[in-house]
Structure formats: structure tokens, C-alpha cells
Design a protein around this ligand. Sequence first.
Ligand SMILES: Nc1ncnc2c1ncn2[C@@H]1O[C@H](COP(=O)(O)OP(=O)(O)OP(=O)(O)O)[C@@H](O)[C@H]1O
Length: 574
Amino acid sequence: MRHPITIALAATAILTGLVAGFASNYVLFLLTSAAVSTVFMQSYGLITGRAGVIALCQLSFAAIGAWTVGWANVADVPGGFVVWLLLGGLAAVVAGVLIGLPALRLRGVNLAVATFAFATALDVVFTGIAFPGQDTFQLVRRPAGLTDDSSYFVFTVAVVALIFVGLWFLDRSRVGGALAEIRHSERAAAAHGISVVRGKLTAFALSAFVAGVGGGLMAGQLGIVAAGNFAAFASVAMFAIALFVGTNNIEGAIAGGLLGAVFPVLIDAVGIPQDLAALFFGVAAVQVLRLGGSQTDLLRAQRRQKKAAKNPPAPPSVPPPPLIPMRLRAVTDSEPALEVRGLRVRFGALTAVDGVDLVVPKGSVVGLVGPNGAGKSTFINTVTGFTGQYEGTVLLGGAPVDALPAHRRARAGLRRSFQQLRVPTTLTVGMFLQVAAGKPLTAEEIDEQLALFGCPAADVPVDTVDVATRRLLEVAGLAAGRPPVLLLDEPAAGHSASETRLLQQRLAEIPERFGSAVLLVEHDIELVRSTCDIVVVLDFGRVIAAGPPERVLSDPAVISAYLGTAPTTSKETS
Ligand SMILES: Nc1ncnc2c1ncn2[C@@H]1O[C@H](COP(=O)(O)OP(=O)(O)OP(=O)(O)O)[C@@H](O)[C@H]1O
């Protein structure tokens, strides 16, 4: 079977050839505008669709690209139009990084406001200083072969196709997986060792490049561009379209390009002022908030669900490896993989963790239990760098990690799962495993790991998999990275008895199979009893018991902490 990219490119070539050969100049002009708009949509698809960043300045990057092409034309920079286009893209990257660096400290609405402020400022600047060649009517010169409308249309479609191919590969790369995870949950991304700032900056730079090339293409199409072509409000209208159609998907980007360029002309034809198009786009974007996703995301999810209902997710092609026979582990003499000394965390007047000392020896599974609100999640959050302010020291393999942010602690080998499931639903099972492992895995390694944890095959989309399997998948991914320490926050939540049994077997053998020491937070006491070498009990942020499971879990103080009654002493009972 031919590669889907080859088929798509061949179909595009045939269709483009037909349009170029038979369409009128007006239609060609309109479709070239749609292709240029598609490039802008691809740029939104990178920054908003893939990285989840609300950026309202993509047309400003386009303006920088167009300005550079205009300047290169006037200055007669060697290399010609194609080189100028690339220069335009690169100039936009510089602007993207310069804006991205300070802006990425912000989030959500604040970031949106900052990018819009930049768009407005640049709008004012470009209105004040004319584009090169604008005053002297110097048209951007296209190379021989691209001078007529039909050949320029073909060229523009070729650029669009090239960008789509790049995006296709990006989506299947580790960078693409990292961006998907950043979009879904920045905390989960950091827990997998991904630098959220670097990821967003990469998305900013790539999207600026694409927008810059789009601006250059527009300059080539129109010959002369002006500030009005890239007005700040047009950026917002484009953003609204992108949000509505979902430009992270190829069909969404194409639909967005067509909407942006053709819709205003269509409504004009039926007597509605073109400027009202932005209003329609705004209303459409609000629908996204109501429906919880873009049109193409929702359609794709529907299609996946239907397909999964017809053919249940297939298991991996390899059989699960045999269980490692359980040995009695002598872990108390092992060196500490993780050592926490005097950890204290306060939330205002509440001391959630109150001077906790805890050691996870190499090769062990340590259970951390306690009633609701005892401070278990706060302990994990703090140790892994997600709670900024704390007293005490966290040592990984003997070295303090207190100065490191969450993603660097993860890279150093402190990997964690979250109580609330944070598996991105847009990835396949195999892609997620790769992202969670935080290191390259071969296809065989991925298949083996999936089989070991009873997960479906690598190409199955995550959103067709049930929640319990997603939890198993998360543990499988983390373990595949073979980190020195694995902190699991209630991995059995929502599991059936048979799923818990599988998890129990896998957890128990993680130290031998993957060389990771495990800190397990769990409410399922039977799972803790059967899996852990040591159990530590927290109550009101303090350790009230620690030692072998049988002894600790039958301790009256522990039983009373769980039941919420004061421990009965022998004196009182007598
Ligand atoms: N960000 C926060 N701000 C203020 N208080 C917090 C915060 N996070 C946790 N707490 C409080 O700290 C205490 C410990 O909470 P934590 O979630 O760590 O307990 P837990 O043992 O994990 O509970 P559970 O088993 O229900 O998950 C609780 O009283 C909780 O309300």
C-alpha cells in the first residue's frame, strides 16, 4: 500500500493542475488567497491547535514576513523570491522568539492580551512606516515561471503542501507528542521531563516562521502590501476561525483558509457587508467553548469512537512477557533512591506536611497511606517540584534536587503520575507511551511494554480507551523510562478487581524489571499490603507509623487514624 502522504500529494497535484488549467483568473486569485490564508491557519494550528497557546499576533508575524520580502525586492537581495520568502520566515522567527520569551511567563488570557498588545503596536508601526516599495509602487518581482496567476497558484499550493508534510512529521515526532501534552496539561508535561517554556517557545518560533512565509506569499500575490492587510483585528478574526475549525487538523486548516478568504466574498455576493464576516467567525468561535472542541476535533473524535465501537481496540502483536517470580526483597539495607528530610509544607495557616522524613530504598516499593487530607498528594507534589515553597531537603540518589524545577527533577529521574488522569486524548497509545517514557523507544519496546501492562496496540487512539486502561498506560509509560524513582498517586483509582490484580503484579515487579524504586500512594489497602516492602502512614501531615506492611497496617494508631477515632490504649481498655 502506498504511503498516505504520497496519495495526498498526488491527489493535490492533480486537483491543483486541473484548477490552474481551467479556472478563471478571478477564481484563481480567490483560491490563491485561500491558500495564503491556509498558511496562516497552519500557523495558528501550530501555536494554538498544537501547543494550546492563545496567540493573537500571527498576522503581525505575517506582516514581518511580507515586509522582509518587500525589502529584499527593493534591495534586490540575491537569490530571488524563494530565498526572500525564507528570509521573511526567519525574520518572523526572530520576532516570535523575542515576543515569546517574555510573554511565555504569562498564561491564558494574560498571554492573549500580551500578544494582542504586540499586534496592535506593530499595526501602528506599520501604518506609520510604509512597507518597502509601497510609496514607489515597486511590485514584488516573482521569478520567471511564476509570473502568471495560474503558476503562482500552483506555487502557493505547493508551499501549503510542503508545510502540511512538515506538520505530519512533527505530529509523529517526540516534539509533536510534547506539544500535545503541553496543550493537554502543562503539569503532566513537566512531570514527563518536558520543558513547557521551551516547548511553547518552539511552537512560537515555528508558527512565526509559517506565518512569515504566509505574509511573504501574500506580498508575492498582491505585488504591494500595506499595513491594512495585516490589521490586528484581522488577527483576532483569523484566530476565531482557527478556533472554530480546528487548524491542528489538515482538513481544519484547509477549511479555515477557504473560510477566511472566500466567506467574506460569498456574503458580499448576497448583499451582506464583508466586514460582518468577522462577526460570524466570533459567534462560531463561541460555539467551540460551548461544544468543548473545534469542529474537526469533534468530528475526528466521533469517527474514532464509531470505529472503536465497531472494532474493539486490538491488543499488541506480541504476547506479554512472563512474570518475574517474586523474591522476598531485603530492601531495608539498600541505599536510598529517594530521601526526604524534614519536609514541611504550609498553605497559609494549614500545615499540610509537617516535618516528614521518608526514605525509598533502591529496589523497593514503599507505600504512602493515610486518610483523606493527610498530605500524601502534597508530599508527592512537593518532592517532584510542583509545590514551590517548602522547608526540608529532597535527595535523589544522594544529591539534593531542591533547586530544580519540576521538569528538571523529572529528567533527573523523579517521575510521577497524577491522581487526576492527565493522558492527552489526541495521541495514540504508542505516542503517549513514548512521551511518558521521556526517552526514545523502539517499536518493539513499545509493543512489549503495552503487552506487559495489558494495554491495547500502539496505533489505537487514546480517546477510545477506557479510563482504567489509561491509568495503566500512564504507569507503563513512566516505567518504560526506567527512572530511578517512580511516584504513583493512586494508580488503581477506578480499577475493577481484575485490573487491580494486573496492576498489583506489575507494580510489585517494577523494581526488578525496570530498576525503579516506587513510592505508591494508594487507598486500596490490600493493594498496598500485597505490593509494598515498607508502608509509611501519614495523618495530619505527620508520619504516625512506618515499617513492614503487616506490622504497620495492624497498628492500632493507624487503624484509628483511618476510622477517625482516638487510639485505644491498653490502659483504657482494661
Ligand atoms: N493548593 C492548596 N492550597 C490550600 N490547601 C491545600 C492545597 N493542596 C492541599 N491542601 C490541603 O492540604 C491538606 C492535604 O491535602 P492532600 O491533597 O495532600 O491530602 P491527601 O492525603 O492527598 O488526600 P486524598 O487522599 O484525599 O487525596 C488538605 O487539608 C488539603 O485541603
